[in-house]
Design a binder for this molecule. Structure first.
Ligand code: C2E
Ligand code: MG
Ligand code: MG
Ligand code: MG
Length: 291
């Protein structure tokens, strides 16, 4: 269905050559009907500070349970949606749901910022800042209750640097995060020009740490580069203690991955957070024995 070349970020959507293929239209139709229903919902994965072990946030990741096919991966249906008007609707729905969740957590003392993935086109949409500001205001949330993640590919669109939407989001105080870093071809200059506060190192570079000297060099140089720009580095796809340790030693700021927790339904995430936080409003300290 999709031919992917992970490292370069080149995604060839084969069926695109036939935009009207019945397969594609069926799936898009099913997806459209799923929006707003219970088959399409958000799971959450915690992001942890690598030196303190504190929870820094949670990423909202969309899950689709197809009535006949069962689970369909967002890696499959998001690129499909991005080629249609549906992406915009999905983003709006995801933002609504994530804001509701943020309000639930925030107002019960769990001040865990939620990271929301947005497609490049939706990030550049001039209506986005107003929509977010209104949503935050309605729910009594500060701007730092959310964060927006956009893939590194946005650095290749010149629009990103002059976008009123990006400026407005930064003005509002909503942090931007650059996702899947390392898979594109962006230069240091371009990274500096976009006002992001965090860079997420793509899992494909992270997972072979300790086995691949090349990947170790690449990740180390990304971590150093990110720090020299005054930004924070976050490693994606951390599955083992060894990888977590290597990243910590490199000075990588934070990490997500199965080593710590898999993405989970909202209620499970609430329990997970409560168990770690206890009754106190501040998060528990990092316990090396636990890692
Ligand atoms: P992403 O934003 O880079 O999310 C990270 C992906 O890594 C997620 O895949 C997550 O489940 C997976 N992951 C987390 N820890 C580990 C680990 O230790 N090992 C491995 N192998 N994988 C891990 P997921 O949930 O399948 O999402 C895939 C992509 O779909 C996301 O990549 C994001 O680009 C996109 N996506 C997901 N939800 C949304 C959404 O609400 N809106 C938009 N626009 N895109 C979304
Ligand atoms: Mg992401
Ligand atoms: Mg990523
Ligand atoms: Mg990704």
């Amino acid at each position: 269905y999709f031919a992917k070349e992970g490292r370069t970020g080149v995604e060839v959507y084969v069926a695109e050559r036939d935009r009207n293929s019945p397969e594609r239209l069926n799936l898009l139709g099913d997806l459209r009907r799923a929006i707003g229903g219970s088959d399409l919902r958000l799971h959450y994965q915690p992001k942890l500070n690598l030196s303190s072990g504190m929870v820094e946030g949670a990423e909202a990741l969309l899950r689709w349970w197809h009535p006949e096919r069962g689970p369909v991966s967002p890696a499959d249906f998001i690129p499909l949606a991005e080629q249609s008007y549906l992406m915009h609707q999905i983003t709006a729905h995801v933002i609504d749901a994530a804001l509701e969740q943020a309000a639930e957590w925030w107002h019960s003392g769990l001040e865990v910022p939620i990271s929301i993935n947005v497609s490049a086109r939706d990030l550049l949409d001039s209506a986005l800042p107003d929509m977010l500001e209104a949503g935050l205001h309605r729910l009594g949330l500060p701007p730092r209750a959310i964060q927006l993640e956009v893939t590194e590919r946005i650095l290749m669109t010149d629009q990103a640097y002059t976008s009123d939407s990006v400026h407005a989001l930064v003005q509002l105080g909503i942090p931007l995060s650059l996702d899947d870093f390392g898979t594109g071809y962006s230069s240091l200059v371009r990274l500096q020009r976009l006002q992001v506060s965090e860079v997420k190192i793509d899992a494909s570079f992270v997972q072979q740490l300790g086995k691949s000297v090349d990947d170790e060099r690449i990740v180390r140089s990304i971590v150093d580069l990110v720090r020299s720009l005054g930004l924070r580095s976050v490693a994606e796809g951390v599955e083992t203690e060894e990888v977590a340790r290597i990243l910590r030693d490199m000075g990588c700021d934070a990490a997500q991955g199965w080593r710590f927790a898999e993405p989970m339904p909202a209620d499970d995430m609430t329990d997970w957070l409560r168990a770690r936080v206890g009754a106190a409003p501040s998060f528990d300290r990092y316990d090396p024995a636990e890692f």
